[in-house]
Structures are given as structure tokens and as C-alpha cells.
Design a protein around this ligand. Structure first.
Ligand SMILES: [Zn+2]
Length: 255
């Protein structure tokens, strides 16, 4: 059995037996790949750092057909992303991105998801503190979109009429997007005005809008959207991430 080598990022690890670990990688060519890494627990120093969560590199693995757990031959680490572990908000945002990918990805290759994840982890490691919360939102939205899910923001999800520039509607989670003002009467979703709508568009394209506020409410939007359309349940790490963000003003709408 010939081993295969693919670019990979380590998303989760736990101990297995006396000296081994089970590692869950997201890979560019084989989607999610779980491997047994034998004899790695005793390693110290460099060997340990290169198998840290969020490290990227070339994973070489013996892949068995019709199995969920494969055997790792080697992981040539190219980037440890150690900076993520030393900062609570950076780490919790990266953990949320990892949980999103682990919860939805399968063994089929989705290179767009892989590239978006790596780009997002690098951004979370390097951006300035002032734009960190916005970057966390952008990372979650762009990964969601790379899986093929994006909210409908321009036309009403019920009547298809375009939303006017200054129109305030409500977000309809089950329908996956905005309702116009008229279709929002009596509806329950969060109110979303023109500012928040344009902020959402920016976040979906990977940009942090200038002067972004209400990051907790924005996190609520992306969390609920993911729960409705991508994972079908709330992600635990998103609740934790929310507790790290500054609390919003007490008002009933975003923007
Ligand atoms: Zn409508």
C-alpha cells in the first residue's frame, strides 16, 4: 500500500493508548482524514510543537479503503501557528472555525474550503486586536460560504422583491436570508437594517467593515445560520466565542 501525501491542517488531537495519538486533519486532497500517529506521545521539543493544533504541513498517510481511521507515516510541518494558542479570543475563534469544518466536512476533497480555512487561521493569527472580532466573523462566514451556503441579502426570501437601500427587514433563518419590511410584519427573526446588511456582505467577502460594532449580534446571526443550514445544531465553540466578545448595546436590532 503506497502512502499518499497531501497538504493538511491539524484540527483536533487526543491521546490513544500508551504512546499514540489520534489526529484529525482537514486535507486539501482527501477532505477530513483521521489518523493514528504511533509513538508520538513521548516526543518533546520540536516534534511536539509540530503536531500542535492548527499546524499546517504535508501529511503522508497510509489510507485504507472503506476505513475511517488511517495510519500516519509522517507530518512535515510547514507552519505551527503557535501564536493562536497564546491568545484567548484568537484561539476560541480558530477553535470555532475548526469545529465548523469538523462538523460538516467529509472525506471528499473541497479545496476551496481548505484554502479558506488556512487563510482564515492565518488571519486570526496575525490581524491587529482592533479587527480581531470582525475577522472571527469574516472567517466563519467565508468558511460557511465555501461549503456552498450563503444568506440571501439582496432580494426578499418570501416575495423576491429587492430590498431598498434604507429598508429594515428581518432575517429569516429557516428561509436563509432577508425578508423585506412588508414580509417582516409579524415575523420573529432579528431586525437587520441597511448598515448591518452591508456589513454582512463585507464579512461574506472576507472583509472587516470599518467601524463594525454589535459583534455579538453578528455572531448570533452567523451562529444561527450555521445551525440552520450547515451543521443542524448549535456549535459549542461559538457560544464560548460569544462570551469573549464585547457585549452589545441593549437594542433590538443590528445596524
Ligand atoms: Zn418580501
Amino acid at each position: 500500500m503506497a502512502p499518499v501525501t497531501t497538504r493538511a491542517v491539524l484540527l483536533r488531537a487526543h491521546d490513544y493508548g500508551d504512546s499514540s495519538r489520534i489526529l484529525r486533519f482537514y486535507t486539501r486532497d482527501h477532505g477530513l482524514v483521521s489518523v493514528v500517529a504511533r509513538g508520538v506521545r513521548g516526543r518533546s521539543g520540536k516534534g511536539r510543537a509540530t503536531l500542535a493544533t492548527f499546524a499546517s504541513g504535508d501529511l503522508t498517510v497510509y489510507m485504507k479503503a472503506h476505513r475511517d481511521l488511517h495510519t500516519m507515516k509522517d507530518f512535515a510541518c510547514a507552519m505551527t501557528r503557535e501564536g493562536l494558542a497564546g491568545h484567548m479570543l484568537r484561539f476560541s475563534a480558530a477553535s470555532a472555525a475548526a469545529e465548523l469544518v469538523l462538523s460538516h466536512a467529509e472525506a471528499d476533497p473541497q479545496p476551496g474550503v481548505f484554502d479558506t480555512l488556512e487563510f482564515g487561521l492565518d488571519a486570526l493569527r496575525t490581524v491587529e486586536d482592533e479587527v480581531l472580532a470582525g475577522t472571527a466573523l469574516a472567517v466563519l462566514w467565508t468558511i460557511t460560504e465555501s461549503f456552498g451556503f450563503a444568506p440571501q441579502l439582496e432580494g426578499c426570501v418570501r416575495c423576491s422583491e429587492p430590498l431598498e437601500g434604507d429598508e429594515v427587514g428581518r432575517f429569516d433563518f429557516s428561509a436563509g436570508g432577508m425578508r423585506c419590511a412588508q414580509c417582516s410584519e409579524g415575523a420573529a427573526g432579528p431586525r437587520v437594517g441597511p448598515v448591518a446588511r452591508s456589513q454582512l456582505e463585507a464579512l461574506l467577502s472576507g472583509h472587516v467593515p470599518q467601524g463594525l460594532t454589535h459583534t455579538r449580534r453578528h455572531l448570533g446571526l452567523v451562529s444561527d445560520f450555521i445551525a440552520y443550514h450547515v451543521v443542524n445544531r448549535p456549535l459549542k465553540s461559538l457560544r464560548f466565542l460569544g462570551s469573549m466578545l464585547p457585549s452589545d448595546d441593549v437594542e433590538a436590532s443590528v445596524g
